[in-house]
Design a protein around this ligand. Structure first.
Ligand code: NAP
Length: 485
């Protein structure tokens, strides 16, 4: 068993209108194993004509899906949750192969990702409007919730399953149909997920998956179509901006889950050992290739050396290797460009005056590996503190007081995740209110939870995924004015 067995030969094609088929031009797209650069398999390389076919299918299915009883929609999600969970090991292997993360990490993502199906199977039956008497008496106000309509979902390569289920789960629950375009580097997990939803009884056309390398044309064509009503995107801020611009003509509803530059604050009163435990999770989850990854470690001067020594020992002790091998803690990065970017950021930080506590050198090939690295005394203005690292590097910068810490933490265009380590409750409240981020983790390095509203502010985007809030992204409100009795 290596996970590829989740997909039959046909299922490496496009999934449109309930049928698996080849791309219109017959083109294929290679899927690369980041552990050695070899070709794992290939998938259909959908054309723009295929994209339009997929939207046609979604539009055709919309009316009947919107009127399918909520309980039926929920039951399909609940069945899909059970199927994914029952095949967790295969899904984890498949994801590890195409993306590089260890199988243990991938199992964690399967559990997390599947939970969006369970959560939204429960939310499908709790969609409701409200009824009230107008404040002045007389008329009555009624609101009705309706599905937004056909959606386009574009997902990144770093969490190939969970970034899909976070959108597909609430959309199915709300009664929306959809076209999904997974990242070209990790299409296999999404295809396996489509196969599961088909098996769970999802009607033809509700979910359509198009793998394609014609990414720009694909989104331009679909967003120019007035039948598409919503775009939900997870990926880089640069691409997010393109999609927001493209939405202007048809005024599509948008959810934008974009990049991050999370601060990880350690105060002088923190439990340093607990902070190191939390840092290992916040930094090393997904080899640092996470939008929530702690990017800037801001540590009070009095505990910075202790924190750096302890974190360096833990990070330096991790085993780097192929994600499917036993005993491996850290897999490869996604591609060579990622290694070059991370390596350049480290080189520049050292040039700016940082000290290497551990790691810092690219190993010989094959594969796209970068070692866990800790840097101390990184100047605030160093590029590694400005841009998303997306790799296993922890830069530590020191601060003197709380106001200084808050100023440094907020000094970024991004506003997704942030982390705080302190034992002072009053300080915790001050920080939660002062930090300009969509999420604040207090004495924890793990904030993602399907029941919580995940999302950012500023250049990290807008909209929320998960929790009660997540389904609202797929619902419109109709207000009905009624005369009083
Ligand atoms: P990316 O380059 O923006 O790609 C994401 C997706 O967008 C891929 O499917 C990509 O397709 C597609 N894409 C690229 N250009 C497009 C265009 N013009 N029109 C339509 N689609 C287009 O990002 P990435 O490198 O895969 O992912 C890393 C980024 O995602 C990081 O910035 C990370 O912080 C962010 N992220 C955010 C969250 C969150 O919830 N906020 C979660 C995870 C990741 P191709 O693969 O075909 O290029």
């Amino acid at each position: 068993m290596n996970g590829l067995d989740l997909l039959g030969p046909q299922q490496r094609g496009l999934f449109i209108g309930g049928t698996w088929r080849d791309a219109a031009g017959g083109k294929r797209l290679d899927v690369i194993d980041p552990a050695d650069g070899s070709v794992l398999t290939d998938v259909a390389d959908g054309s723009v004509a295929d994209a339009v076919d997929a939207l046609d299918a979604a539009v055709a299915a919309q009316a009947s899906w919107a009127t399918t009883p909520p309980r039926e929609r929920g039951e399909i999600l609940r069945t899909a949750f059970s199927l994914v969970t029952g095949r967790a090991e295969q899904f984890a292997h498949l994801m590890s192969l195409e993306m590089g993360k260890t199988v243990a990490e991938a199992e964690g993502e399967v559990a997390y990702g599947a939970e969006f199906f369970r959560w939204y199977s429960e939310e499908a039956v709790r969609i409701h409007g409200r009824w009230m008497q107008a404040p002045g008496g007389g008329s009555r106000l009624l609101t009705i919730k309706k599905p937004v309509g056909p959606c386009l979902f574009i997902t990144p390569w770093n969490f190939p399953l969970a970034m899909g289920t976070r959108k597909i789960g609430p959309a199915i629950a709300a009664g929306c149909t959809m076209v999904v375009k997974p990242a070209s580097q990790t299409p296999l997990t999404m295809l396996a997920l489509a196969a599961v939803l088909e098996e769970a009884g999802l009607p033809a056309g509700v979910l359509n998956v198009v793998t394609t390398s014609h990414t720009g044309e694909f989104s331009q064509t679909l967003q120019a179509d007035d039948r598409l009503r919503k775009v939900s995107f997870t990926g880089s801020t640069g691409v997010g901006r393109v999609l927001v611009r493209q939405s202007a003509d048809q005024l599509q509803r948008l959810s934008m889950e974009l990049g991050g530059n999370a601060p990880f604050l350690v105060f002088e009163d923190a439990d340093v050992d607990a902070a190191v435990d939390g840092a290992m999770v916040a930094k090393m989850r997904n080899m640092g290739e996470a939008c929530t990854a702690a990017n800037r470690f801001l540590v009070h001067r009095s505990v910075a050396q202790e924190f750096a020594d302890k974190l360096g020992k833990r990070m330096g002790g991790l085993t780097v290797g192929r994600g499917q091998d036993t005993g491996v803690d850290v897999g490869p990065l996604i591609d060579e460009r990622a290694v070059e970017t991370v390596s350049q950021l480290v080189t520049d930080a050292v040039h700016d005056g940082a000290t290497v506590v551990c790691g810092g050198a690219v190993p010989d090939g094959p594969g796209y590996f970068y070692p866990p690295t800790v840097l101390l005394d990184v100047p605030v203005e160093s590029e590694i503190n400005v841009q998303e690292i997306f790799g296993p590097v922890a830069p530590i910068t020191t601060f003197e007081g709380e106001a200084d810490a808050i100023r440094l933490a907020n000094d970024t265009e991004y506003g997704l995740a942030s982390y705080v380590y302190t034992r002072d409750l009053a300080r915790t409240i001050r920080l939660a209110e002062a930090l300009e981020f969509g999420m604040v983790g207090v004495n924890t390095g793990l904030i993602s939870n399907p029941a919580a509203p995940f999302g950012g502010v500023k250049s990290s985007g807008f909209g929320r995924e998960g929790g009660f809030e997540g389904i609202e992204e797929y619902l419109e409100t109709t207000y009905v004015a009624l005369p009083g009795g």
